[in-house]
Design a binder for this molecule. Structure first.
Ligand code: SF4
Length: 363
């Protein structure tokens, strides 16, 4: 579990074009105090089951660009929880150009285990248009520093930055794969009130992606990272009243990640059906992927029906099946699974899933 502590814009040497951390975090006002940090951690811990592995994370600013005294104040606020064993380690987000060996050693000494780098793009022109104030080389250097310090590294990427084209996005994905981060987060750009991008949007100089296009491109990114063995641990911003009220435009959906996963499931299903040598096929998914397979408001089932493909499918679940992947299994196996999972016959899987959808819906 991650306990998020927001320090909006603290330490940021630039105001990036797309950013309004006050709106994203829902936090406006004075910088958070050490006492407030401790109270927040305590509140979260009271809601957490015992023995759950827990990290405290400082998000929303450029942590390593803060004066060292302020860094110490925040990290020390979490220290009693580390000492008592209620929290195992710390995590923070920062800019790539605010890291060196000495800073990394300081973080290690304060039990920081994970650093999330706001990389956003690996294209110089896109970074410049986004007013990031750092280069691609700064990202590469930061990765080296963090690797040498044996810190876990996450990379945050943006989708839909001004000037970013399909080719530059692909290049970014491939460059990030070469950097071998431990995980990636992908955020489609939203136009938030108070950001530089809002001004461009209002002047008609920036047009955000449609939801469909953002889902399509995020699906490409997620698939490519999965092929490279790099997990995408988050897709899209967390829903929140402040965020939604300040949203001017952009591909916003509270379950953006599920939309992307469902899109990938749909593509896999179509591909498997195209490869099948028989008309009727048995597809196996992990039971926890059922809602993703169906899609939000059963959109995937509706699409498959429109294409005349749904009738060809018997669906079975197996907890041993890898999450996010579909396997085509032999018809005989399909029969044994349906029995194992208490269904009546081969076609019942389809009927069960479908009736489940009709009554429950999803998302
Ligand atoms: S994107 Fe990061 S560095 Fe840029 S203004 Fe926002 S928090 Fe600061």
């Amino acid at each position: 579990m991650i306990i998020p502590i927001f320090i909006p814009h603290e330490g940021c040497p630039h105001r990036c074009l797309f950013c309004n951390q006050h709106r994203i975090s829902g936090q406006v006002g004075k910088p958070v105090t050490a006492e407030a940090v401790q109270a927040e951690i305590q509140t979260w811990l009271e809601r957490t089951p015992p023995h759950q592995k827990t990290q405290v994370a400082f998000y929303g600013g450029s942590f390593t660009a803060l004066p060292r005294l302020r860094q110490k104040e925040l990290l020390n606020a979490a220290a009693p929880f580390l000492e008592s064993g209620q929290v195992q380690s710390l995590r923070l987000s920062t800019r790539p150009d605010c890291l060196d060996d000495e800073q990394a050693a300081f973080l290690k000494a304060h039990q920081v285990a994970t650093v999330e780098l706001g990389v956003q793009s690996m294209n110089e022109q896109v970074l410049a248009l986004a007013r990031r104030g750092h280069s691609v080389a700064a990202v590469e250097q930061a990765m080296l520093v963090l690797r040498q310090a044996k810190l876990e590294i996450g990379i945050q990427l943006l989708l839909g930055l001004p000037g970013d084209k399909r080719a530059s996005l692909r290049h970014t994905v491939e460059q990030v794969i070469l950097l071998r981060p431990d995980f990636v987060r992908i955020y489609p750009i939203l136009v938030l009130r108070g950001s530089g991008l809002a001004e461009l949007y209002e002047q008609g100089r920036y047009q955000p992606f449609s939801l469909d296009k953002a889902v399509l491109l995020a699906a490409f990114m997620k698939k490519r990272f999965a092929q490279a063995g790099i997990p995408v641990i988050r897709l899209g911003l967390q829903a929140g009243a402040e965020l939604e009220s300040s949203l001017l435009a952009g591909p916003w959906h509270p379950a953006f990640g599920e939309l992307v996963s469902s899109r990938l499931m749909f593509r896999q299903t179509k591909k498997l059906l195209a490869q099948a040598k028989t008309n009727q096929v048995c597809l196996q998914i992990n039971p926890r992927d059922q809602s993703v397979f169906r899609g939000i408001k059963a959109a995937n089932i509706a699409r498959l029906e429109q294409l005349g493909l749904w009738q060809r499918i018997s669906l079975v679940t197996d907890p041993a099946q890898e999450r996010g992947f579909i396997k085509m299994v032999a018809r005989e196996e399909c029969g044994s699974f349906t029995q194992e999972f208490g269904s009546v016959n081969k076609s019942c899987c389809r009927a069960t899933t479908f009736s489940g959808l009709a009554t429950k819906g999803s998302g």
